[in-house]
Design a protein around this ligand. Structure first.
Ligand code: FAD
Length: 468
């Protein structure tokens, strides 16, 4: 009897699932493997959190707007699909931190809020003299003997003191994770900082020695760190969908459960069943938890908190907004009495996305412990954002248009111990569901390149598995 074609099912068509499908299809075609791929996506569109609105000459990102250039997988994927001529770096400029109703320039040389140059740190009024002296303690404090995971807050407070954490580090990290830094795991987010402490004793000295950005001299031109696509990030999704011509793509279809027999059987929301030899789940952890509820395999990570946020993009005529400082935007310290958590002056940071004579402000609301705002109506959210902005700039007219996008439970919080819990879950999967893999934002990194890395790695594991 001839064996039927082997099938890999990818559950979820966000960037993780699409990267997995693209690399699996590439390898199947290059090596003429006898295998099929099916993508199952709950929504009627692919892309997950990547969504671009192109309107009246604006290119507006509802979710992610760019990616870190130094993490190579996204640039590589973009090049491989032939969109590299659309890559654009961010315009560099001064970034600010809002503390005590005032926009303070980010001190030169601060990397993720960690000071690496003495002079700009000495003259900033963002930190008091006492706070600066406390941060200097980093040069003499012994390294921690934490063999185990610790929170970002515990780590940075110990090395640099509370003030640097509250006024510099927390607002920046919160901008990435929308989380509570006293809960988020160092090991699962920035293990390199823990290693610097262990290797160099001082975090600042370690950063100065190892970070290319820290080696820049005062006055050197600031380098851009982020890239985007001039056609919007969703154009990558559209291109991938076109290129995935050998894959079956089922949209508007949810996977509800999985069972193991000779092959895996996935039950869909329609009641229909699909068989697979290997399955890659790229859905959020709480969805994976529900799919595996009978086995209880995901219990350890099912309850990982995930923060809800909303992005609020507001387009104005240039004359309608005054007093915007020369720069690219700001993040807000938690101690400030503001609802917005960050604001990008998009027309400055990404000028190609905004027509001449217009201003585009893109604000964030919602962070761990402060998420109820996300459930308000669009009009209420817009009013709150404009009231906040009016404390620091002058908004003289209502926006020409506003796009509010709610992202419920969208930012997974890798709390302390996340890595160990993931290792346990993966070991359980390998034992009870061999050939089933987890990849994506809930598991090993939330940035777009991290998701692509995970999707690609899962694709190669699935292909290896079905060939055994
Ligand atoms: P998702 O995009 O969530 O895709 C998962 C897919 O699974 C979805 O399409 C969903 O519909 C589908 N699904 C769910 N349940 C089922 C089911 N039962 N059956 C089938 N399908 C299902 N990262 C950056 O690098 N740069 C940024 O600038 C940036 N900004 C961000 C801004 C916001 C507002 C947000 C929310 C995130 C941002 N991120 C950013 C993070 C990044 O966008 C995400 O981590 C990444 O897009 C997640 O991709 P994913 O494929 O893992 O998950």
């Amino acid at each position: 009897m001839t064996q039927s074609k082997r099938k890999i099912v990818i559950v979820g068509g966000g960037i993780t699932g699409l990267a997995a499908a693209y690399r699996a299809q590439e390898k199947i075609n290059n090596e003429q493997l006898d295998a099929d791929i099916t993508i199952i996506e709950a929504n009627h569109r692919l892309g997950g959190k990547i969504q671009t609105v192109v309107k009246d000459g604006f290119v507006i990102e509802r979710g992610p707007d760019s990616f870190l250039e130094r993490k190579k997988s996204m640039g590589r994927l973009i090049k491989d699909v032939g969109l590299d001529d659309k890559l654009v770096p961010n315009a560099t400029g001064q970034a600010f931190i809002l503390v005590n109703d005032k926009l303070h320039p980010m001190p030169g040389g601060a990397i993720m809020g960690i000071p690496t140059q003495i002079r700009p740190f000495l003259i900033t009024d963002l930190i008091s003299l006492t706070g600066k002296l406390r941060a200097a303690g980093d040069f003499v404090l012994p390294k921690s003997n934490h063999q185990q995971d610790q929170s970002l807050g515990t780590f940075f407070r110990r090395r640099l003191g509370n003030e640097v954490v509250e006024n510099l580090i927390e607002p920046l990290l919160s901008g990435i994770y929308a989380g509570d830094i006293d809960q988020i795991s160092l090991q699962s987010t920035f293990p390199q900082y823990g290693k610097l402490e262990q290797d160099h004793k001082s975090l600042i000295a370690g950063m100065k020695k190892t970070s290319p950005a820290a080696k820049r001299k005062p006055g050197d031109k600031k380098q851009s760190m982020f890239l985007t696509l001039s056609s919007g990030l969703e154009s990558l999704v559209v291109k991938l969908e076109t290129l995935l011509s050998d894959c079956e793509i089922l949209k508007g279809t949810k996977v509800e459960s999985i069972s193991r027999g000779e092959r895996y059987t996935l039950t869909l929301n329609s009641g229909a069943e699909i068989e697979a030899d290997s399955v890659i789940f790229t859905v959020p952890h709480f969805t994976a938890g529900a799919v595996f509820s009978e086995s209880g395999l995901m219990n350890q990570i099912e309850e990982v908190p995930a923060t809800s946020v909303a992005t609020v993009a507001m387009a104005f005529d240039q004359g309608d907004v005054e007093d915007i400082l020369d720069g690219t935007g700001f993040v807000v310290s938690r101690n400030s009495d503001y609802t917005i958590t960050a604001c990008t002056w998009t027309h400055r940071k990404w000028p190609h996305t905004v027509p001449d004579g217009k201003v585009l402000l893109r604000c964030y609301v919602g962070r761990a412990g402060d998420e109820t705002v996300v459930d308000l109506s669009d009009d209420q959210i817009e009013k709150i954002v404009i009231d906040d902005l009016n404390k620091i700039i002058k908004v003289k007219n209502t926006p020409e248009f506003t796009i509010v996008t709610r992202w419920k439970k969208a930012m997974p919080q890798y709390t302390v111990g996340h890595r160990e819990r993931m290792a346990d879950v993966r070991a359980g999967l390998e034992k009870s569901y061999p050939g089933v893999y987890l990849a994506g934002a809930s598991y090993d990194g939330i940035g777009l390149p991290d998701c692509i890395d995970q999707g690609e790695a899962a694709a190669y594991k699935a292909l290896n598995y079905i060939q055994q």
